[in-house]
Design a protein around this ligand. Structure first.
Ligand code: 13P
Length: 331
């Protein structure tokens, strides 16, 4: 019998965190295009190779979240990406949701797809020895109107059903109810919405009798909306974020990881440092770490520009950022 709690704790060991490299094909192509790179399957493979085959990442990464396409691809030297990671002692994590769709006609709010046929999709991953999966829900803030109670409850229910199926398959679920940074809202509003979606998610987990000692929560930081014109200090972010987590996440949860959500690499790093510092002072019950995509990748992508000759300098930028983010966990 697999001890899911022990397995979950492997992702949140001191000094290490996760790289989210699970951009869907559409998002990966957009990232490439924004760096002036013509998207193709081969360029997406090279994009993944840039990060996953970078020397020394195992010093800072406990896991890497992968998109399904990447699972079947190989590094430049022919090693399949999941094996490349496993050989370095880094856990491959698979994104198993299938993106979002409008929650109802004309609604701006979305719900995550992918529950239909989920057990059948999970079975081969478990057989391949994959121990972790991720599911992302998306919560939009618009003034006091959004999110609606309906969006909160439906997203929470799907997160809980996903978690139940993943645990049944013998893997650890990572539940990511992302509260988007986009909007004019205040930091206080973000804090309250993070609290609401996490409380609603734990109520749904309870209803479905999910083992909350065998899962990881991936959350947004409590930040003023990107259109608010306000830049929060790291101390403000830490205060709001810890208040939200303390009010909503039971102490049995083995770990909490943060997404970067569109913050600059420096902002995400400084905010993570302040959050973990405050968590230590407050004796928060869970280990906290990073699970960033953009904040870890941005500088390396800008240096790479899709050119083989730029790979070494781009990888140096990536590993430098990993080092800074890892150091942020204990400074
Ligand atoms: P960002 O760090 O870019 O927000 O991405 C994290 C993630 O996993 C989004 O699903």
């Amino acid at each position: 019998m697999i001890d899911l709690s022990e397995q979950a704790r492997m992702l949140v060991v001191p000094g290490k965190g996760l790289l989210a490299a699970d951009e869907s094909t559409h998002t990966a192509d957009a990232r490439l295009a924004s760096c002036g790179i013509e998207p193709s399957e081969e360029m997406r493979r090279k994009y993944r190779d840039l990060f996953l085959a970078a020397p020394g990442i195992e010093d800072f990464l406990s896991g890497v979240i992968l998109f399904s396409e990447t699972l079947g691809q190989s590094a430049n030297d022919g090693t399949p990406f999941p094996k490349l990671l496993a050989d370095k002692g880094i856990a491959p994590v698979v994104k198993v949701d299938e993106g979002t769709e409008p929650i109802s006609e004309k609604s701006k709010e979305v719900i995550t797809k992918g529950l239909i046929g989920l057990p059948e999709r999970l079975a081969p991953y478990a057989l391949e020895g994959i121990g972790f999966t991720k599911w992302r829900g998306v919560i939009l803030i618009e003034g006091d109107k959004l999110p609606t109670a309906h969006a909160l409850v439906e997203n929470a229910k799907r997160l809980a059903t996903y978690a139940l199926e993943v645990q049944r398959a013998g893997m650890v679920p990572i539940l990511e109810p992302e509260v988007l940074l986009e909007g004019n809202h205040s930091r206080l509003r973000a804090k309250n919405v993070i609290t609401q979606i996490l409380k609603t998610t734990f109520a749904a987990l309870h209803d479905q009798a999910v083992d909350i000692s065998g899962l990881i929560i991936k959350t947004s930081m409590a930040l003023s909306g990107s259109g608010s014109g306000k830049t929060d200090t790291p101390e403000e972010v830490a205060e709001g974020t810890l208040e939200a987590l303390m009010a909503s996440v039971p102490k049995q949860v083995p770990g909490i990881v943060f997404l970067s959500g569109g913050q600059t690499p420096d902002q995400a790093t400084a905010n993570l440092a302040a959050i973990t510092r405050r968590a230590r002072t407050a004796s928060a019950p869970w280990p906290l770490t990073f699970s960033f995509a953009r904040a870890l990748q941005e500088e390396a992508l800008a240096a790479w520009k899709g050119k083989d000759e730029n790979v070494p300098v781009a990888r140096t930028a990536f590993v430098d950022r990993l080092r800074k983010v890892s150091e942020a966990l204990s400074t």
